[in-house]
Design a protein around this ligand. Sequence first.
Ligand code: SAM
Length: 271
Amino acid sequence: MATPIGNLSDISARAIEILSSAGNIAAEDTRVTRRLLDHYGITARLMAVHEHNEQRAAGDVLALLATGANVALVSDAGTPGISDPGARLVAAAHAAGYCVCPVPGANAAAAAVSASGFLSPHFLFYGFLPARSSARRTALKALDALPYTLVFYEAPHRVAECVDDLAATLGAARRIMIARELTKLFEETHVCTMGDAAAWLAASEHRTKGEFVLVVEGAAASVPDAAALDQTLQALLEELPLKQAVALAVKITGGNRNDLYQRALVLKGDA
Ligand code: SAM
């Protein structure tokens, strides 16, 4: 179930109800979750389920479920299983035939996308990029042509380097939103071109501190080169009847059938 990413009020009434009644809570770091539970006056048994013990802890959770107990799963902040532990335990519960119910709530990626104003109806949540610059640039090159908003998590000590790599691989002209410390006291969201992002971060030492989501505008949908389209259509028209030439041109170029048909008429001089 989701827990807040900063502001403790960002927890649903249903999540509080479930945490209060679950009896057992599997938590990434029991000290962090204890603070949240104390804030809401909730007493429950906490068991640690983190990156390094998830497989073994899953066995303990399944044993509890077998007794008929309910177990709530939380991470330190936000939604478990999203750049956080949880997926292995959830998979084990599914495999054993138990019902797994999501309790939605805070998620840093969704919060950042909702504040970006980027218009693409699609976004790709990438999470953390590789820590080393060369591997990061390789990973970014694979995303370069995607026409979707891209969403990255980044650690504060790497954010400046990451922004440099984003500009170098995806292009300085694309827009980025740097979302820092969402829902917290020093929250900032700043939209600029990637070429200007390094200077914005460097303008104050506070700007490279805290937690970050980087939201990058997707690649502009590629506009087919009109001359190349004409050349393809012309070559096909020389060999084939008009309808067949257009059908093949649609397959080859991925262009719009009606547009290509109209253009074919012009090239044949029939329009
Ligand atoms: N499971 C969490 C979620 O649902 O968002 C993400 C956990 S991941 C280990 C932690 C990363 O999420 C941080 O390094 C940062 O990139 C991002 N993040 C978490 N809280 C944030 C916040 N309040 N503001 C900006 N980014 C945040």
